[in-house]
Write a protein that binds this ligand. Structure first.
Ligand code: HEC
Length: 155
């Protein structure tokens, strides 16, 4: 079992916390309580329920399949990934993947093999340190292709 990057662990933790608070809010709103029609609480209940549904909807989004899961479910094309790599990644990690130690661009040859597929996909999606995010620049399929290329070429 490979260790996940701290930022990824943090993201998952937030999703779980978020899920929990959404479910808790929904439970509190729907939990039957003795009350009369005169109660302010009784009249407020539809409002509370609506708010809870909203929170639960947002929470379930956070609990749902992450982008990384969707990308990992795709089958990557290594040849297409090579084209994307040359266009987007080689400027820093070099065409042969050895990086640029002077500029602190890590070698993928030495590092990628120690990382899980999930970690690699998350780094590409979110960026890290001096590495920009590619979520807004690449499609899910392009990132799946990149992963296939990195695995086939750099280990
Ligand atoms: C502007 C330079 C730059 C570009 C462009 C870039 N990276 Fe990076 N990359 C970095 C830096 C810097 C790090 C180290 C980040 C850190 O740990 O602080 C890194 C880390 C990584 C890592 C993790 C390696 C490790 O040792 O933890 C992977 C995998 C990676 N990059 C893949 C890619 C891919 C694939 C692309 C193209 C889509 C890409 N990078 C584009 C600079 C870049």
């Amino acid at each position: 079992m490979q260790a996940s990057h701290p930022a990824i662990v943090e993201t998952r933790k937030v999703a779980v916390d978020c899920c929990f608070s959404g479910c808790a809010a929904a439970f509190i709103a729907y939990h039957p309580q003795p009350t009369t029609t005169e109660d302010l609480e009784y009249r407020m209940r539809p409002l509370i329920a609506a708010a809870a549904i909203l929170i639960a909807a947002v929470a379930s989004q956070a609990c749902g399949e992450s982008d990384a899961d969707k990308i990992l479910a795709l089958s990557g094309n290594s040849a297409n990934g090579g084209t994307v790599y040359t266009a987007q990644c080689a400027v820093c990690h070099m065409a042969d993947g050895t990086g640029n130690a002077d500029a602190n661009y890590p070698s993928l040859v030495e590092h990628a093999m120690h990382e899980s597929d999930m970690d690699i996909v998350e780094v590409i999606l979110e960026g890290e340190g001096a590495m920009p995010e590619f979520r807004s620049k690449l499609s899910d399929q392009e990132i799946a292709d990149l992963l296939a290329y990195i695995r086939a070429t750099f280990g």
